[in-house]
Structures are given as C-alpha cells and as structure tokens.
Design a protein around this ligand. Structure first.
Ligand code: AMP
Ligand code: MG
Length: 328
C-alpha cells in the first residue's frame, strides 16, 4: 500500500527553490495560455465560485455545501454549467477557475489528486469536438514552446530535460478511441471495465507506453455525466475526449461536445439519476436556447506537474490541499 505523502508546512514549502521554480513556470504558462487564447478571440471571465448547482460528474469525489443565506449552495467542483451559459455573452470564453472536490482518501497517494485545484476551462460556440481538440493541441504546444524559450533556468533548477517534450512538439497527438484503449489494456493484462472511465492504473499504463500525448475519444455513455453529448450517428458513444500526457503523468484534459437540446438533456439527466429540478436556472436557459458548444478543462496543477517533472502534484500548489491531509 502506498503511503500518504508528507506535505511540508508553508514556510518550508514556499522558501524551497524547487517550489519557487515550479510556481514560476506555472505563472508563466498561464500567461502564455492567456496570450494564445486572446489572440484567437477568447474572452476571459472571472470564475463563479459558489452556486446552487455544480458539475455532477466528478468520479467518486464529494461536493462541498455552503450555507448561502439559508439556501444550500455548492462550491464549484467545475464551472461546467456556467461555461455553457456564458456563451450567451461571447462565443469563445475561458476561466482560470478554482475547483473544490473532496476526493476519496485513497487518491492522496496517486500524486495526481488535490482536493482544491484549478482548471483552465474553455468553451466555444458552434464547434465540433475535432475543432476543440485541434485547439487543445495547439494550445499545449504553444505553452510548451514558450516555456522552453522563457523558463530555461527554472527547468535546469528542476533537472527537467527539455528533450522530454520532443514527443509532444514533434508529431500530432495520437488519437485512440476508448474501445481500442480497453482492448489494448485487456490484452496487456489490465482488467479495464469497457463501460467505465479509464481507471487510474490504466491511465498510467497508457501514458507510460506512449512517447507523446494521447487523445482518448468516444467514451461510452454510462461513463460520463448528462452534459456530454451523445453521438447522433453512434448511439451509446459520447462526443468526448481526454488528453493524457506521456511518461506516466496521465490525464490533464477532459472535454467534448455538450448537450444543449432541452428534451435530450432532461432524458439524459433522468438516465444518469439526476433530478432535473435541482438544475433550475440552468435548465431555464437551455429551454430558452443556448448555443451548441464544445470545450475542455485543462488541470493547471496536473499540467504543471508534467511540465516540471514534479514527483507529487502538491508540489505544484503554493498552499496544497492533499485529500484528507490537514493543511494551510
Ligand atoms: P474532470 O472534469 O474530472 O475530467 O477534470 C478536468 C481536469 O481537471 C482533469 O483532466 C484534470 O487535469 C483536472 N483534475 C480533475 N480532478 C483533479 C484533482 N482532484 N486534482 C487535480 N486536478 C484534477
Ligand atoms: Mg476527466
């Protein structure tokens, strides 16, 4: 059994030259991403932090309730429903958004889970999954190229070899449908459930076997929440994608096309055991009409971990919240 990591206190953590190099790279890559997105017509919105509903599809993690003048509100586990609705104002938006998820205790030792993390969360009106995947690939390549050009001292301090990014920069990202990934995993001796999310061990196996990033596409319907659009020509298959980094770092992005057709959304909610009455304001907007869209969320701490070669994800946060660990 893996042991829960020992996280240093704020003084030791923040005065370490390793932490400083990691956080400086993180700050720079956020700047590079903003520059890239704004040049392409995106508008950055300030993220909502609380609301009556939040993302239900958080894979075994618990949401956090807050008392909002006598109403039960949630801390955002992701700004999902807000992203879709924000397209009423602009057709390309993004947030750098904090997310709170009380992840299961066993995730404390995965090196990939925090109870508080951030997503670069973007959404585009009237585009297909393929267009948004192309944008994700171009964005990650831009962030890595700019980091290599501007963060050489920090990479040297961390001992991160710039050649680690040759696979990411050199070729188009691989694209692997979920069903093909399942067959590959089962053939290699890993018992991956074909109807579910790729589990954490499987994610690591796929990631370790690849020399560059992999887009995993076409998740089966039961594995994801009602917002993910079902393929019109391939029932039971969702128009989703994840992006895994190589070297065992695993998933950094989840995205896809969203369901915006009111009656279909209600059906999908019922199928996934969600009560539509919980989604009052959001369903009102969908009923009036919101744009069809696609988008994704990039986990900032996860991506920083990959870029910097950090052993643990908590190293990429100034004030890390490791699941179950009491902290600043
Ligand atoms: P999800 O909607 O669960 O796929 O989350 C979107 C992205 O956020 C993932 O691809 C990860 O990069 C990141 N992420 C999700 N959960 C966590 C977590 N507990 N800790 C750190 N990053 C996370
Ligand atoms: Mg995901």
């Amino acid at each position: 059994m893996k042991i829960v990591p020992v996280v240093p206190g704020p003084h030791e953590h923040l005065t370490s030259t390793t932490t400083q190099a990691i956080l400086r790279i993180q700050s720079r890559i956020l700047g590079f991403a903003r520059e890239f997105l704004m040049e392409r017509g995106f508008v950055e919105l300030l993220p909502p932090i609380i609301g009556p509903v939040t993302d239900p599809g958080i894979r075994g993690a618990k949401q956090v309730d807050v008392d909002y003048y006598g109403h039960r509100y949630k801390l955002m586990s992701s700004a999902f429903v807000y992203k879709q609705s924000a397209l009423l104002a602009f057709d390309r938006i993004f947030y750098v958004a904090p997310n709170v998820r009380l992840e299961p205790l066993e995730t404390a030792s995965t090196s990939r889970h925090l109870a508080e993390f951030h997503q670069l969360d973007l959404e585009m009106a009237e585009v297909s999954r393929e267009e948004v995947m192309d944008l994700a690939e171009a964005l990650l390549k831009h962030m890595v190229r700019a980091m290599l050009a501007h963060c050489e001292p920090q990479l040297a301090e961390l001992g991160r070899d710039p050649r680690a990014f040759d696979g990411l920069l050199g070729t188009p990202f691989a694209r692997l449908p979920h069903a093909a990934a399942v067959s590959q995993l089962i053939a290699g001796g890993h018992p991956q459930n074909p109807g579910a999310e790729i589990d954490w061990v499987a994610e690591r196996i796929l990631s370790e076997q690849s020399s560059g990033p992999i887009f995993l596409t076409d998740y089966p319907k039961g594995s994801r929440c009602f917002l993910e659009r079902e393929s019109p020509d391939r029932p039971q298959i969702l128009r989703t994608f994840d992006c895994l980094m190589p070297e065992g770092y695993g998933e950094v992005i989840s995205g896809g096309e969203r369901e915006s057709h009111y009656p279909t959304l209600i059906t999908r909610m019922r199928e996934t055991g969600e009560n539509p009455s919980k989604y009052g304001w959001y369903l009102e907007e969908v009923k009036k009409g919101i744009p069809a869209s696609a988008g994704f969320g990039l986990g900032i701490e996860r991506f920083t971990r990959y870029l910097t070669g950090a052993e643990h994800i908590w190293q990429t946060s100034a004030f890390p919240k490791v699941p179950g660990v009491f902290s600043a």
